[in-house]
Design a protein around this ligand. Structure first.
Ligand code: ASP
Length: 536
């Protein structure tokens, strides 16, 4: 480990604590707004004006500049760091501000693309990303970004606030600090929304209050984490991980311009629906229906005919419920009739997720109508509840816990370690089989901070590496010596293992590169490294 030596406010050398790095992407919103003759407007200079003066965001250590990328250009950012967190580290951060800053009601596919590309070009330089954003369209943006980002391996957390950070009573500090600490501490590789002490999966959220601090809810999916007085309680069994051996990718410019959204109401006229469905170049419609997915058929089935005709013209129509909780299904006759007319059941998708998911699928090259309707009915980023499959836990392994004085979890991990070391792929698979215990084992580490993926990298076992990666093991976790699995794989000189880890998005950090004598890739300005511990 190469910890960063900091200086305290009085210039005294501080205890050596590691630093994680987080990039804040400021898009605008109430959090950075101040009063103007035209009402509240976003103002620039957030780092200097809002964060530097607050001790919870600034430990008063010597200023440090950091590199980042903006529109392909290398730039220098001022940075600040938090005081030590409960996880014995500082979070160092810099801010990239959008120009102009937006009221989020004006965001569109262009703004989402700018956010996603900013994450992409700075991906190798930071441990996590916090996107500051207005609350009005926050759930749409979180949903959109979740679809636009494929094989994401690091946290991207969107947040904002109901009151400006400059107001006396505001939720801004809690929301921002919570997001920074989570993004700098935990490998939660999802697009998330953090608000009012709660971390949600972004594409499950909806804004439920225009004024309360508890402004967001995730009605059909439990929170990924909660912040309490004891720390951050992460629900690891819910956290999704990339399970393909592929690099992080971004899909630009999703197509929400050709998708409409219509709420069914009692007495709706077929002509009204028909005129929406005949908007030139319309490609999709999100239909918000009653209860479990019902809509009136219209006199003599005229409304159903309008829908059927539109489906025949190639318009994708997705059924989502007007109810906050629950899901749509062909339980009642009106829902069944919609299904027969070719409407896709969006299960428990929020409108925000349905709209942005459809926009995303329409932007993906070479997808046919049936590819799109098939994907709309299934979860691609955890946005809808999948049918549950039975899972079981593996017994504690072969070691006797009393004999070796290991906890049951340590004994199981030790057994896994031996199986990895011996290249026993079948045993490894069996041990990872239970959903809950399998996830636990993937992020568990030994006394030296080595995860199963580190052990597999050291054992030069490509089959096992592949198995671990496709089950969601993180390539970004570092052991107590600050080494990634890729660094260890390079030491064994097993080309296949190195390639697998690189293809899964693994990269060397600056100090690893210096130690391994590797040549420097394009993006060179990684921070001094620090461990992201797997249990966190
Ligand atoms: N109108 C603001 C926005 O969405 C509201 C907020 O940030 O809370 O940008």
């Amino acid at each position: 480990m190469a910890p960063v030596l900091g200086h305290g406010p009085n210039g005294d050398p501080e205890t050596q604590l590691v630093e994680s790095r987080v990039l804040i992407i400021m898009t605008g919103g109430t959090i950075c707004m101040q009063h103007s003759p035209d009402g509240l407007v976003p103002v620039t200079g957030f780092l200097k004006e809002a964060m530097a003066p607050r001790p919870s965001f600034n430990d008063a250590s010597a200023p440090v500049q950091m590199h980042a990328y903006k529109n392909g250009e290398k730039i220098i950012l001022d940075s600040l760091r938090t005081p030590p967190t409960a996880y014995s580290r500082h979070v160092r951060y810099g801010i990239l501000e959008f120009s102009p800053l937006l009221d989020s009601s004006s965001i569109s596919s262009i703004g989402w693309t700018e956010i996603a590309l900013t994450v992409k070009e700075n991906y190798h330089l930071f441990d996590g990303f916090v996107v500051l954003h207005g609350t009005d369209s926050l759930a749409y943006s979180a949903s959109a970004l979740s679809f636009m980002m494929t094989d994401l391996g690091k946290p991207v957390i969107l947040t904002g606030s109901q009151a400006s950070i400059f107001a006396l009573q505001s939720d801004a500090v809690d929301n921002l600090l919570g997001s920074l600490i989570i993004a700098g501490t935990f490998v939660i590789p999802e697009v998330c929304l953090f608000f009012h002490h709660t971390l949600f999966r972004g594409n499950r959220t909806t804004k439920v209050s225009a004024s309360a601090f508890e402004a967001f809810d995730s009605p059909n999916c439990a929170p990924l984490a909660k912040v309490t007085s004891l720390g951050v309680d992460v629900n690891w069994t819910l956290v999704r991980r990339p399970t393909r051996i592929a690099e992080f990718q971004v899909t630009k410019y999703i197509d929400t311009a050709h998708v409409a959204c219509l709420r069914i109401f009692p007495g709706i006229k077929p002509e009204m629906l028909d005129s929406v469905l005949r908007v030139p170049d319309l490609r999709g419609l999100i239909l918000e229906t009653f209860g479990m997915g019902n809509a009136p058929g219209g006199v003599d089935g005229s409304l159903t005919r309008v829908i059927k005709d539109a489906v025949e013209r190639g318009i994708v129509i997705v059924n989502v419920s007007q109810c906050t909780n629950g899901f749509v299904s062909p339980l009642y006759a009106p829902g069944t009739i919609l299904g027969r007319a070719g409407v896709v059941f969006g299960h428990d998708l929020t409108t925000e997720a349905a709209l942005t998911k459809l926009g995303y699928l329409l932007a993906v090259q070479n997808l046919s109508y049936s590819d799109i309707t098939a994907q709309m009915a299934h979860s691609i980023r955890g946005e809808m509840t999948e049918m549950t499959t039975p899972s079981f836990s593996h017994p504690d392994g072969t070691l006797d816990p009393t004999l070796v004085k290991l906890t049951p979890a340590e004994a199981t991990f030790a057994a896994l370690g031996y199986a990895v070391q011996r290249g026993e792929l079948r045993n490894v698979c069996e041990m990872l089989e239970g959903k809950e215990s399998g996830h636990q084992l993937l992020k568990q580490a030994d006394y030296a901070g080595n995860t199963a993926l580190h052990l597999a990298a050291m054992s030069a076992s490509p089959d096992i590496i592949k198995e671990l990666l496709t089950r969601g093991a993180s390539v970004h976790t570092r052991n107590s010596a600050n080494n990634t699995p890729l660094f260890l794989a390079r030491r064994t000189a097993n080309r296949e293992c190195v390639e697998l880890l690189e293809n899964a998005g693994g990269h060397l950090w600056v100090d690893e590169r210096a130690r391994s004598g590797a040549s420097t890739p394009k993006l060179v300005d990684e921070p001094p490294s620090r461990p992201m511990s797997p249990g966190q």
